[in-house]
Design a protein around this ligand. Structure first.
Ligand code: SAH
Length: 255
């Protein structure tokens, strides 16, 4: 059995209990060494064999899984954040399907969620935005035409841009075609790691500030009025609004 595990954004305590149990009992561990905090492997079995996938190709990763499976041993394939977001997990699962090897996926705390926690912000503020767009700039991996930043920015939603801080000037220029120049923006570097840095600014100022801070990778760019202070109170806790659990006025009875 192969266990794909989301290792979380960095802080080893942000690993799920299930993910940790499977890592700690794995016979073979293949981890994405460029981003996964190696501390999540600290309690592994002494006999566990560890591979860093940063040095491996897809066929090599699959080969290790195949050999381990043939011996009846377990593999923990450890991805950063949650494997469903820019995790290159699908191609591995499809290869395992072709080989008839069973697997499961354990979700993890994605870096964009850790970033909100670090900023102490809510991405979906009432009256501001109820939509979160996760995207990236084109790199060596292309982005489909209909999903270009330029088109996505038109919605004025909360936007979180992965894998793109190295080209922050280009990114800000594209975003500014739709968002006002004074729209708040932030860059979160290594959310939840001890070396975390958060840079706040606006679309006008953020690129210079990020350059001055020397941030070139492992960061998210977030943009939107959710970073500001104007919003409406939620209906969920509104005293004039009944829910399935609470009549108007509230009573604080019940559990
Ligand atoms: N699956 C991962 C994302 C992998 S793509 C997840 O769910 O978070 C790698 C990109 O994720 C990086 O270029 C960076 O943009 C972002 N990233 C990963 N970990 C991060 C962290 N701790 N803080 C900020 N950004 C991070």
């Amino acid at each position: 059995m192969v266990h794909f595990i989301g290792a979380g954004p960095g802080d080893p305590e942000l690993l799920t209990i299930k993910g940790k149990r499977l890592i700690d009992s794995a016979d073979v561990i293949i981890y994405a060494g460029s981003l996964v905090n190696k501390k999540v492997l600290d309690d592994r079995k002494e006999s566990a064999v560890v591979y860093n996938s940063a040095y491996m190709t897809l066929p090599e990763v699959i080969q290790v899984m195949k050999e381990t499976e043939a011996k009846g041993l377990s593999v923990a394939r450890v991805h950063t954040g949650d494997p469903s977001i820019y995790g290159a997990i699908r191609e591995q699962m499809d290869a395992l399907d072709r080989l008839g090897i069973s697997y499961e996926v354990i979700p993890g705390v994605s870096s964009f969620l850790a970033a909100a926690a670090s900023m102490k912000k809510e991405y979906t503020l009432p009256g501001v935005s109820q939509t979160v767009i996760l995207s990236r700039l084109e790199g060596r991996t292309p982005v489909p035409e209909k999903e270009k930043i330029l088109s996505l920015a038109k919605h004025h939603a909360t936007m979180i841009i992965f894998l793109s801080v190295g080209k922050i000037e280009v990114l800000v220029q594209l975003l500014s075609e739709s968002y006002e120049r004074d729209t708040p923006a932030a860059v979160v570097y290594k959310a939840s790691w001890p070396e975390e840095v958060i840079v706040y600014g606006t679309l006008e100022t953020i690129a210079d500030k990020v350059k001055a801070a020397g941030i070139t990778k492992t960061a998210l760019v977030v943009v939107g009025d959710f970073l500001g202070n104007a919003y409406e109170l939620s209906k969920l806790y509104d005293q004039n609004f009944e829910t399935e659990y609470r009549k108007t006025g509230g009573s604080m009875k019940g559990h």
